[in-house]
Every structure is written in structure tokens, then in C-alpha cells.
Design a binder for this molecule. Structure first.
Ligand code: ZN
Length: 169
């Protein structure tokens, strides 16, 4: 097992990059304000924001976009040893993709409880359950890095977002 050595300062620095990507996603038509950065050996190897409406691809969540770019840039079909930073707790699809990609560590900002349910596919199952039940035992999850700044990009639990934006309905 490769051990990714990162500090709290590193986590905040890379999460700030993910926040900058979320800001880009907020302003680009068809994108959404969720950002993701993938780091391997201290360097960003892939990044992106949600591109679902740009690509007309419901799987183009920020994490999937960043995973694809990282694998393409490295010429690899795994990201063993890498850390994935996401401004929002990854959904089930992105958690599973992280497992299949052999990502070692997931760090996210806003937690499920901080945001509206429209961001998730399941009422209860979350990234921790998925990682806990994975055959892989070398993954770790860190939640709540720059949580407030990350949550500010999302609808909050008591908001009433337009139905057209609620893709899980
Ligand atoms: Zn996702």
C-alpha cells in the first residue's frame, strides 16, 4: 500500500483549488458549482467542475471529470496513491468510481447534512457506508475541510430549489 502523506495545510490548499473550480462551475452555462482536484505525490494530476449540462452527460460530476482527466494525463487506468478533493461529499456513483479507480483517500468539504438532498441518489447511503463496505481496506475519508465555504456553493437543506435542477427526482 502506498501511503499519501498530506497535512491539514495541504488539504486546505488543495480544497481552495477545488473551491476555485466550483466558482468557475457557478459561472459557466451548463456547469454546476462543485469542484474536484486529484493529487498524486503532492501534484495536481486532474481537476474539474460538474459538466453535466455542458456534455449532456449525467455522469459528468466533478469527480468523474477529474478522474477521467487524471487518468488521461497519466496514461493510466488507476489512480493508486492519489487523493481526491471534492467541495461536496461524493455521491454513490463518484464513491464507487473512486473505489474502481483505486484512489487512496477522499477529502471533501460540505457534508451531506449541510446541503439539500438533491445532490444525492439515495436517502441514507453515503460515501462512508460505501467505503466501509468496499473490498478494499486501504481507503480513508476526511470530511469537513473548509466545510462552510464549500457548502456556500450548494442549496441548503431547507432551501426549495427549482424542480428542474433536482436531477434525482
Ligand atoms: Zn457524484
Amino acid at each position: 500500500m502506498t501511503t499519501a502523506v498530506t497535512t491539514r495545510t495541504d488539504d486546505e490548499r488543495f480544497m481552495r483549488r477545488a473551491l476555485a473550480l466550483a466558482e468557475i462551475g457557478r459561472t459557466v452555462p451548463g456547469a454546476s458549482p462543485i469542484g474536484c482536484v486529484i493529487v498524486l505525490h503532492g501534484a495536481v494530476v486532474g481537476e474539474g467542475h460538474n459538466e453535466v449540462g455542458i456534455r449532456h452527460d449525467p455522469s459528468a460530476h466533478a469527480e468523474i471529470v477529474a478522474i477521467r482527466r487524471a487518468c488521461e494525463s497519466l496514461g493510466r487506468d488507476d489512480l493508486r496513491g492519489a487523493t481526491l478533493y471534492s467541495t461536496l461529499q461524493p455521491c454513490g456513483m463518484c464513491s464507487m468510481a473512486s473505489i474502481w479507480t483505486s484512489i487512496e483517500r477522499i477529502v471533501y468539504g460540505a457534508r451531506r447534512k449541510d446541503v439539500h438532498g438533491m445532490y444525492f441518489e439515495d436517502r441514507h447511503l453515503d460515501v462512508l457506508d460505501i467505503i466501509d463496505d468496499a473490498f478494499r481496506t486501504d481507503m480513508s475519508v476526511t470530511a469537513g475541510v473548509l466545510e462552510g465555504e464549500c457548502a456556500a456553493f450548494c442549496y441548503r437543506p431547507d432551501d426549495d430549489p427549482p424542480l428542474a435542477e433536482q436531477a434525482n427526482r
